[in-house]
Design a protein around this ligand. Sequence first.
Ligand code: FES
Length: 178
Amino acid sequence: MSVPLHAGTDHCAGPERGEITPALERQAEELVARYPVSKRSAVLPLLHLWQETFGYIGPRGVEWIAQKLSLQEIQVLELVTFYPWFRQRPYGKFHFRVCRTLPCALGGSGKTFAALKNLLQLKGDAQEGALVSEDGFFSLEYSECLASCGTAPVVLCNDDFHEKVDEKRAAELVSACR
Ligand code: FES
């Protein structure tokens, strides 16, 4: 069974596990030092750093960043909820994003999405958010324009960009992950 993220009010997975290491603290300090006029400007770099480290941004990350930058936690959380790139729950080890904006939709991204959903044996309503496999290995969600409209349908697998992904190509991408 797959789990729809962002469903209902269960919006957050809870505190992120893992150690806040001296190396992470050092990286954060270096990022903050780049903004001597207003350290608050480091909030987006710190959000990226936290997500890259822990996989998502939960309450622990929000609190840590707010303390570092002397912000209210709500000022950090509103950025996490505004930008689709930031995750409040863990995604799969392999996370697929399928563009659904008009050029990709006309190019068949709906079929690509359905093929991936079927191949990854995911269930649930993707309109409610990302779908995650029970073993946490795969997740899938829709995305808005990924800025390569001429090569629709476009798919991101983690940070790797794939163009003209039809159902056959989708199967190849999944095989490459296994
Ligand atoms: S519409 Fe899909 S990349 Fe722009």
